[in-house]
Design a protein around this ligand. Sequence first.
Ligand code: PLP
Length: 478
Amino acid sequence: MVSESVSPLAPEWLVAPADANGLASLVWPRSASRDNDGMLVIAGARADDLVREFGTPVVVIDEHDARSRAAETLAAFDAAASRHGGSARVYYAGKVFMSADVARWMTAEGLNIDVCSRGELETALAAGTDPARIGFHGNNKSLSELERAVTVGVGTIIVDSAIEIERLDAITRRHGRTQRVLVRVRSGVHADTHSFLATAHEDQKFGFSLAEGEQAAARIRETEHVEFIGLHCHIGSQIFGVAGFRESATRLLEVHARLLESGDVPVLNLGGGFGIAYTSVDDPADIRDLADGIVDAVAEECDRRGIPLPILAFEPGRSIFGPAGVTLYEVGTTKPITVETPSGSAQRLYVSVDGGMSDNARPALYGAQFSARIASRTSSADPALVRVVGMHCESGDIVVDNEYLPGDVTPGDLLAVPSTGAYTVALSSNYNHVPRPPVVAVRDGAARVIIRGEQIEDLLARDAGITRGVPAHHEGEK
Ligand SMILES: *Cc1c(COP(=O)(O)O)cnc(C)c1O
């Protein structure tokens, strides 16, 4: 039965829900539920209590959710590899969401940490991460960044250019230190959200072509202190299924096998990119099925080539941290807008919240889809098609492009947007001089700040024209 409330403005994929209060299980943190008042509860903490303490917007992280996904990912890859007599390592991709507490959670769960800037590196180190467990990425690592990484003993540097090899050669000789490196290659497999297509020449900035990568490895083997340990490839992000990974691994193993003829190649790193559910129509595979599918394919290819299974490394970020996050906003205004359609006109309800593209740039940046629910109550009102928008001075300032919410959504309601753990805080800005929200970790009903929110004073404090003081002649200035 097609519901009467289906809007002609809704995109085809958006299903009008039977219950616009429901919390789709793959989209929300595992602990999310509603209590008897209809209030959203995350890891035992009520949304209204969190908002009373921390204000809105606030980014709420279910600590147990993030940690258990980290542990399950490592267990899944390790189990898959051990079935073939091998082993696996998992690096948490710190760019997704980096803070000292999160670095500690990840290492406590047995993961390593990937960083791709000086700031991420220093955060991981300040958190007490064993440098040997850090992987350092980036296409433009500076001399001073490389020097810092080598001298603190970063475990693996993922080399991205010929220039970087010479820099590392010079730095390691100067300090008399050995540095292990992976060589990042473009496998020619470009993973799209739901499909992958092979391209002969990938026109993007990262890594070496497969042929160049082989030469880079040979050059590294000539150096005194830079130690080549294997190939690395990251095919993309928000990928569903294993086909792209299998194809990429197959292409890498051809070069890997040739490199084995002239030395050790202990590691193969296949990157991250596992997709998550942002809306109820996304259907990501279980991590165990992904791990089995990818590792079995690698093992099969190694068998075929008669080479040993290398230590397999993976670098997931989004799939570990994305589903753990929920952003809470307060609804400020609502506005029905009439839109002309081929068959007459239809209404879209614009729901404005007290944040937007400064705390979640993904819709504006990539046209990303999210979902939303009223957090502070349930409602039996008929669902209405809404667009949740922020408070910034741009019409592209969209938080949730398409969603059905109870039609009585109104100012003062708390609105929750799930799956905001990854690439939201990390990409946040002060656009329109909006302070960035606090990030709060919740566990067993207790909440604590892991990144403090900014105040207007923080913004004013950076403005030299303010901190310098108002000049005495200012009043009369023409
Ligand atoms: C971004 C990135 C990742 C993590 O990607 P997800 O889609 O968040 O899993 C892993 N490796 C590299 C090199 C990356 O750039």
